[in-house]
Design a protein around this ligand. Sequence first.
Ligand code: SF4
Length: 326
Amino acid sequence: MSASPEQQLRAYVDYLRDLGIYDLYRRDDPATVLPESLRAALSAKPASVPAARAVTPPAPTPARSPAPPPPVRTAPPVASCPTPPLVASPPPDYFSLDPVTSSAPDLGAPMPKPKSFDALVPVPTRVIPAAERPAALESVRTEIGDCTRCPLAYGGRHKIVFADGDPSARLMFVGEGPGADEDAQGLPFVGKAGQLLNNMIMAMGLKREEVYIANIVKCRPPANRTPEYVEATTCSQFLIQQIDIVRPEVIVALGGTAATYLLGVKQSLASLRGHWYSSRGAKVAVTYHPAFLLRDPRQKGEAWKDLQRVMAELGLKAPARPSPST
Ligand code: SF4
């Protein structure tokens, strides 16, 4: 079920609060700070405040005489605030209406071009030995914790979907983000698209346990929408660590979102397919996301061409098809 606009707004407010921004209206900027001269003038005691007068108790009245009328109350004298002298000086910056100096964000700005994983952080020179990789990956999972680093933490996710597969896999698949089934089980590619990916892996002569599978973002975007720039770039830090630990020889980017953030490009999938790229020391191929292939099965043949190039690179052979008599 998709989140309503109110729920999404609430999620962003919660996100800001998670960053420590509680007061969305007051800022400790110069616009809210009184000039020193005015503050001193306002805090100074006025010289004309009258001294408090002693109250004379009323004289005792005869027992049977009528009660005197209540005294008429008068308002206390109001101390006048001295007016600070006018000083001829240029207006402070915060009076400026010059839009160039405004810090208001441009909400209509296009999505910035993401940086490739290689441009974000250098590839470590040390290769983690295979025996240490499970523990190293576990430490990344521990670092993620019950993550609230991006708005997807508040978009209705149930489980953080870390990864699945062999910590020393030669081949890694990178998708976009978890769907409903993945969010429920905490594993990537376990729904219908996951079944198709399993079939693709088997067609390559491999088992699912022999490859490593992860996504650009680890939490399900509401209504399975494409991850936002801030979400993908925030979560990428973990996938980069995972790639650096696993050190696959080949990464297959499943779909445009995976290619965009892995490679730091913003191009059509059609233009990206059929070429080799590089990321974190691995060769990268781009192909269709299995969810897209479910919607348009005619493209399965094209995806198979992409996978055959990967198989040739890894020296894999497709398993022999069982003969009709078996
Ligand atoms: S998507 Fe990634 S960065 Fe965002 S909350 Fe989930 S784990 Fe954290």
